[in-house]
Ligand binder design. Structure first.
Ligand code: HGY
Ligand code: MN
Ligand code: MN
Length: 413
């Protein structure tokens, strides 16, 4: 058969995604499939069932990463790998992560039904806890696999209710026995929505990111002094929430102070005791800094840290600062990136080079093997929201690019 003519089934990809969107589906049309919850388990079980239907050998490692392996003619060769994540944000979208896992599944289904024999074995992966929303930090499954994060440190992470990562992994039945450690991989492609406005603005169907920004995550804990709001004079208060508010504005000003080329965000905050007639005495908030320039990001943190300490001192609210997690910016393999644009051209899809502001497991895969990603447009540039949406024809187009990028790689001796 002329493999160049091979195409995925857009209809089957759509129905697979629609079926997955029902697991943890929210009233607002998004999904809530937080990592290591029952919804995550249900989706994992469904994925494993589908892998077995196409005769993939399924393994689960000690971080709960699920690998589905399709043999090639020469199984001694390192495999070609593709995947993403099944977990979602608390009120996330129906495409973030799951498109990459179901897209890779659709590629394997297409090869299976056409009895395509590849030279190399092929592996699909669902990485555990890419989002880092329930258990911080993000991308821990791929991070431990790549040797960048320590398994036991991740095992001890707790969610906001105090539940421990390892116990939740055991509870959903996905703490596998296979050691979570890197193995030789020929190359890794990740298919994902852009999660930004650029492809739509430029009217391009396929994005080929040259890499991913660095992601630096910090946690700041402030301790003030609670008291009755009425009798307590304004001066002399140790109001942790006011201190936090001043710090949060410093985060917002940071990119401007650094001359741009970075973003900085406070996305999460807890305020205690959070009662309208008690001066807050404890606040926790997060800081997310991203840039293509790792040093700029680090310099910006030095500035911000000094601001936090000065404001904390002024309000008499001592700050405990956790430098929680850093992953460097990840420039992808140029030849693999070029293959994305070449395949898109061959298939007649408009395309452009880009850079990913969103973090992905590809950041860690890139530390182990040649890596690249394939983007499709996010309608309105929205993501991490229930209205996250991508046109089905774009999902199909991106999946066809994934099919032929993986096929070219899997036919390499
Ligand atoms: O934070 C990110 O960009 C990804 O969604 N984990
Ligand atoms: Mn994602
Ligand atoms: Mn995400």
């Amino acid at each position: 058969m002329d493999l160049k003519k091979l195409r995925v089934s857009g209809k089957r990809l759509q129905s697979t995604l629609e079926e997955m969107a029902k697991i943890g589906g929210t009233a607002g049309g998004g999904v809530q499939r937080l990592t290591l919850t029952d919804e995550d388990r249900q989706a994992r079980d469904r994925f494993v069932k589908w892998l077995k239907e196409i005769d993939c050998e399924v393994t689960v490692d000690e971080m709960g990463n699920i690998f589905g392996r399709r043999p090639g003619q020469n199984n001694a060769l390192p495999p070609v790998m593709s995947g993403s994540h099944i977990d979602s944000q608390p009120k996330g979208g129906r495409f973030d992560g799951i498109l990459g896992v179901m897209g890779a599944l659709e590629v394997m289904r297409t090869l299976h039904e056409n009895k395509v024999q590849t030279e190399r074995p092929m592996v699909i992966v669902d990485w555990t806890n890419e989002e880092g929303s329930r258990f911080a930090p993000a991308m821990v499954g791929s991070g431990v696999w790549a040797g960048a994060l320590q398994r036991d440190w991740v095992y001890d992470r707790r969610d906001i209710t105090g539940k421990r990562f390892e116990e939740e992994l055991i509870r959903i039945g996905y703490k596998g026995t296979v050691p979570c450690q890197k193995f030789p991989v020929h190359c890794y492609y990740e298919f994902h929505i852009e999660q930004g406005p650029m492809l739509e603005r430029q009217n391009k169907r396929i994005g080929a990111p040259k890499g991913i920004l660095c992601l630096h995550w910090y946690d700041i804990y402030l301790t003030g002094e609670a008291n009755q709001v009425g009798p307590t004079p304004m001066d002399g208060r140790h109001d942790a929430l006011v201190a936090a508010a001043e710090m949060i504005l410093k985060v917002r000003e940071l990119p401007g102070r650094m001359g741009g080329n970075m973003v900085a965000t406070v996305g999460e905050i807890q305020n205690y005791p959070n009662s309208r007639n008690i001066i807050p005495d404890r606040v926790h908030f997060t800081v997310d800094i991203r840039s293509w320039d790792d040093d700029l990001a680090l310099k910006s943190w030095d500035l911000l840290r000094a601001d936090v300490e000065a404001i904390a001192g002024r309000h008499g609210c001592p700050a405990k600062i956790e430098e929680t997690w850093r992953v460097n910016h990840s420039p992808f393999d140029e030849k693999l990136v070029q293959r994305v644009t070449e395949v898109a051209d061959e298939l007649g899809y408009s395309n452009m080079l880009w850079v990913s502001g969103a973090g992905h497991d590809a950041s860690y895969a890139n530390q182990v093997c040649p890596t690249a990603m394939i983007f499709v447009p996010s309608i309105g540039g929205r993501s991490h929201v229930e209205i996250e949406n991508t046109r089905w024809e774009d999902c199909e187009a991106g999946c066809n690019v994934l099919l032929h990028c993986l096929l070219k790689a899997a036919l390499e001796k």
